[in-house]
Design a protein around this ligand. Structure first.
Ligand code: 13P
Ligand code: ZN
Length: 272
C-alpha cells in the first residue's frame, strides 16, 4: 500500500492549507476545508478499514459512500503540514447518511470541523448545479470581514461595489456573491442557509465571520476567495475617501460580454 501523504490530491490539499495560513486567512483554528476524493484512486493508498464511526447529526444520505478529506475541529491550519495525520482526516459517509466513517487521520481522537454540516449541505447543493464540484472552503480573511462591518449586506449592493472596485471580479464571479447576515456558526441552520445560497453563488460571505466558497478544484475555490479578499482590501483602502473613478454598469457589461458571461448576470443587476 502506498503512503497516502504521497497521493497528489492530498499533497495539494495540505499545500493549500499552509498557504491559507500564511496569507493570514486562518488564525488559530479558524477555517476548514473539505474535498471529495476519488475512491478508485484511493484504493492504492487506503485499506478502507473503518477506524471509528462519528455521528454527523443530520441526514447526508445524498452523499452516502462519498469519501472526503476534511480538517479537524479545533485544529490549527499552521500545524497541518507538520502533522497531517492528527490535524486532518479522511472519512466516508455511511450508507444511512448518519455517520462519518473514519478511514485515516484524526489520530488523537479528534473529529471533523464543527462546520461539517455546512460543508456537506453545500456539497449537496452545489453538486446539483455542477456534478463536478469537489471542494468547499471556509476561512476568515480580514478584509472581507471588515467590509461586512462597514458596507450594506444587500447582495446586489455588496456584489456591485466589489465588481466596481476591481476589473476582473465580474469575470471571476459573474453570478455575484451570496451574503448572509451574522448567524451562530457551527449550526445546522447556518449550514442550511449557506447551502441555499450555494444554489445561486459559489461564494457566500458570512457577515463579521468570513467566507465560504466552492469549486471543482482547490484552485477554483481558493481563487474565488483570494479575488474577493483582495478586492475587499482595495475597497477598505478607499472607503471614506473621495471616490473619483469607478467602473460603470456599461463597462461591467462589456467585460462580461467580452468573456461570453453576460447570461450569468442576474436580471436587473446591471442598469444598461
Ligand atoms: P473548527 O475548528 O471546528 O473547524 O471551526 C473553525 C471555524 O472557522 C468555525 O467557523
Ligand atoms: Zn469560521
Amino acid at each position: 500500500m502506498k503512503n497516502i501523504l504521497d497521493y497528489a490530491p492530498i499533497k495539494e490539499y495540505i499545500r493549500n492549507i499552509s498557504n491559507m495560513y500564511r496569507l493570514g486567512y486562518d488564525e488559530r483554528n479558524g477555517g476548514n476545508v473539505s474535498m471529495i476524493l476519488n475512491k478508485d484512486e484511493l484504493k492504492e493508498y487506503l485499506d478502507f478499514k473503518v477506524i471509528r464511526v462519528i455521528p454527523i447529526n443530520f441526514d447526508a444520505t445524498e452523499l452516502a459512500g462519498e469519501v472526503f478529506v476534511v480538517t479537524g475541529t479545533g485544529k490549527y491550519f499552521k500545524n497541518v503540514e507538520y502533522d497531517p495525520e492528527r490535524n486532518i482526516g479522511i472519512v466516508r459517509i455511511s450508507k444511512d447518511g448518519k455517520n462519518a466513517e473514519l478511514l485515516w487521520g484524526f489520530n488523537d481522537g479528534g473529529k471533523f470541523t464543527s462546520e461539517f454540516p455546512a460543508h456537506l449541505m453545500s456539497h449537496i447543493a452545489r453538486r446539483k448545479i455542477n456534478p463536478n464540484n469537489k471542494v468547499v472552503m471556509h476561512c476568515h480573511p480580514a478584509n472581507i470581514i471588515a467590509m461586512t462591518i462597514t458596507h450594506s449586506l444587500d447582495e446586489k449592493e455588496f456584489t456591485k461595489t466589489i465588481w466596481r472596485t476591481n476589473t476582473e471580479c465580474i469575470v471571476v464571479f459573474p453570478e455575484g456573491l451570496g451574503v448572509l447576515p451574522w448567524e451562530l456558526c457551527g449550526t445546522p441552520k447556518i449550514g442550511m442557509d449557506t447551502a441555499e445560497k450555494m444554489k445561486d453563488y459559489r461564494v457566500v460571505i458570512w457577515a463579521i465571520h468570513g467566507v465560504f466558497a466552492c469549486g471543482e478544484t482547490l484552485d477554483e475555490a481558493f481563487g474565488l476567495i483570494e479575488t474577493v479578499e483582495k478586492t475587499c482590501e482595495i475597497y477598505n483602502l478607499c472607503n471614506g475617501k473621495e471616490i473619483l473613478n469607478t467602473i460603470t454598469d456599461e463597462q461591467l457589461y462589456s467585460l462580461a460580454k467580452f468573456w461570453n458571461l453576460e447570461n450569468l448576470i442576474k436580471p436587473g443587476w446591471l442598469d444598461i
